[in-house]
Design a protein around this ligand. Structure first.
Ligand SMILES: [Fe+2]
Ligand SMILES: [Fe+2]
Length: 292
């Protein structure tokens, strides 16, 4: 069970999360790592239930699930609830088998060094804020006509903490700028060029530039990320003649709009200890390391 199953965005999809646990078991993965948009919505009853169900399924499969935050995860609440509950490796323990890697977190598994940098910009920010405002107006009307219920709606659909800040990045790189083998992020680095859904929008560039800076500082051999919901492989320069292989992972089927989508595009079996040659020479069209 020494391998790690790296998984793309789950968006709170319980069925797909459980399917990923079965893929992990079949591939001798004792760990699953989700690269953001996991579905950390503990401000809602359904979100707490999702955590409970995934945790129970993970325990049954003898797998521990880790995740970093995507733009659609309420990471401020994770810090509020679990900052004081950390395991020996510094992960925030959300449930016994469910752990969160905060931005800039670094650790080593099986002689392989990792770093995680969550966060991204939501391109549908305006729509999300408008929906929050509509809900707030409805709650106000209900209150006026006698209902005591007036739920807080701010920060329920769009999370102000969604992007990494320059200060967060500076602090993380100042604390440790030594190289890592594997970098896990939600957003893409500015330099990678997937064929679809590059999020080539000015509002998305600042966070992509931050990820690019992480790549050029930590010079990972491989970077896995989510967010684009598209499977692709690219190679980008990381400075001083070094290269980083970028593996973009697809997401759960319900969130995918990619015509050539297959569930296998959403995961990658990372064999540990990591050996660089294992990841060389993969054709761009090859979807992933497939289960046996
Ligand atoms: Fe995302
Ligand atoms: Fe997503």
């Amino acid at each position: 069970m020494g391998n790690v199953l790296i998984v793309g965005d789950l968006h709170g999809n319980t069925t797909f999360a459980q399917a990923m646990l079965q893929v992990a078991k079949r591939n001798d993965c004792g760990k699953v790592f989700v690269v953001g948009d996991f579905g950390a919505w503990e401000h809602m009853h359904s979100g707490r239930r999702y955590f409970d169900v995934v945790n129970r399924s993970a325990k049954k499969a003898a797998v521990t699930v880790y995740f970093l935050d995507g733009n659609h995860d309420k990471s401020s609440l994770l810090h509020e609830l679990y900052d004081d509950h950390r395991d020996d490796e510094g992960f925030l323990v959300c449930r016994t088998h469910l752990r969160y890697a905060p931005r800039g977190h670094r650790w080593t598994w099986d002689e392989t060094s990792f770093a995680a940098f969550g966060g991204a910009r939501s391109t549908d920010k305006g729509w999300r804020l408008a929906k929050e405002a509509r809900k707030a107006a409805q709650a106000e009307t209900r209150r006026r006509y006698g209902s005591s219920k007036r739920p807080e709606t701010a920060g329920t659909l769009w999370f102000p903490e969604e992007e990494m800040t320059d200060e967060e990045l500076d602090a993380a790189l100042e604390a440790d700028s030594s190289p890592v083998d594997i970098l896990l992020t939600h957003d893409k680095p500015r330099g990678s060029q997937p064929k679809w859904n590059r999020k080539d929008k000015p509002e998305c560039f600042p966070n992509q530039d931050r990820i690019q800076r992480v790549v050029e500082t930590l010079r990972p051999s491989v970077l896995f990320h989510g967010h684009l919901h598209v499977r692709y492989t690219d190679t980008i320069a990381s400075g001083d003649g070094r290269w980083t292989r970028v593996e973009g992972l697809a997401c759960d089927p319900e969130a995918s709009q990619y015509l050539e989508y297959s569930g296998e595009h959403s995961w990658y079996v990372l064999r540990l200890p990591y050996a660089e040659e294992r990841l060389e020479g993969t054709d761009e069209t090859e979807p992933s390391s497939l289960p046996a």
